[in-house]
Design a protein around this ligand. Structure first.
Ligand SMILES: C[S@@+](CC[C@H](N)C(=O)[O-])C[C@H]1O[C@@H](n2cnc3c(N)ncnc32)[C@H](O)[C@@H]1O
Length: 290
């Protein structure tokens, strides 16, 4: 991330969620707050009829729609797993690299017993808190914890909060590992092991090696890497699934599920009339601490 600047990719992700909510017939993930949370520039684009027409056209959905699929698919997957964890009795939800995720606006009142920790870069967090002021006082079950993953461990950051190390927690870490060195991602997962109780869960998305992709997926990943470089948040982190599984299993996690892009398309984007599907460039990983 560029020092002193809130995350531009977080704004882009919120814009994709906003467009999907406003224009998709049967949204995979519904985020009514994403439009208000994104940047002025994105809002302008999303209210220009020509742009809206182009970005929701069939040609666009079959190509750039892979990006929308990735962004709404990961949020849907994470919140489906969160829901199941809450039903099992989990009472702590940690959103790592929360960006402009609107769970605290959409759902926090529905789960007053759930303590929510938003952990993010201080620059992104400060900008989000300014935007959140328009909604008045935030629910009492929300706490913000600032971190720079490249400089501090999540264990140290959460120690500054009311996070309870003796109670199981659900961690979601979406759209972030792609922008970190692989070692930073692995160190963060190892750090979660230090402070999370047995039974805690982690859901994250990760990029696979782009050299293993073909056709539009390979071109799309090259486009995304150029775009995020332009936004000063270059893609740095890719993993081979098997290597990643071995690394997290050595830390003490069980891999509950590693869902490929095609698996996500089958589960959430089956036979959509708008042809949006999930990219094969990223996977969803669900881990449990034993
Ligand atoms: C693409 S956004 C994803 C936001 C959100 N999770 C989503 O799915 O829309 C990437 C997030 O990673 C955070 N991030 C990137 N590098 C970071 C770092 N070194 N330390 C802390 N947060 C970082 C950014 O602040 C941003 O919120």
């Amino acid at each position: 991330m560029k020092e002193g600047q809130s995350s531009r990719t977080a704004e882009a992700a919120a814009a994709l969620r906003a467009n999907h909510f406003q224009n998709a017939e049967n949204p995979v993930f519904s985020d009514p707050f994403a439009f208000e949370l994104t940047s002025t520039g994105w809002k302008k684009l999303l209210t220009t009829s020509l742009t809206v027409k182009v970005i929701n056209s069939s040609v666009f959905n079959r190509t750039f729609g892979l990006l929308t699929g990735q962004v709404v698919g990961r949020s849907r997957y994470a919140e489906d797993q969160l829901q199941a964890a809450i039903e099992r009795g989990v009472t702590q939800y940690v959103l790592i690299g929360a960006g402009l995720d609107s769970f605290i606006l959409r759902q926090s009142q529905q789960y007053p017993q759930l303590k929510i920790y938003e952990v993010d870069h201080p620059d992104t967090q400060a900008a989000k808190q300014r935007k959140l002021r328009q909604y008045g006082t935030l629910p009492a079950n929300v706490e913000f914890v600032a971190i720079d993953f490249e400089k501090e461990s999540i264990a140290d950051a959460l120690t500054r909060s009311t996070f309870k190390q003796d109670q199981a927690a659900f961690f979601s870490w979406l759209g972030t590992t792609h922008y970190l060195e692989p070692a930073t991602t692995l160190n963060t997962l190892a750090s979660i092991c230090q402070i999370a109780a047995e039974g805690s869960e982690v859901v994250l998305d990760y990029s696979v090696d782009y050299r293993e992709l073909e056709g539009i997926e390979r071109l799309g990943t090259l486009f995304v890497s150029q775009f995020t470089r332009f936004l000063k948040e270059p893609l740095k982190g890719q993993f081979r699934p098997k290597t990643l599984h071995q690394a997290v299993e050595q830390m003490g996690y069980i891999v509950t599920e590693d869902l490929s892009g095609d698996g996500l398309s089958d589960r959430y984007f089956h036979a959509r009339s708008d042809h949006i599907r999930h990219t094969v460039a990223t996977h969803m990983l669900h881990l449990r601490l034993m």
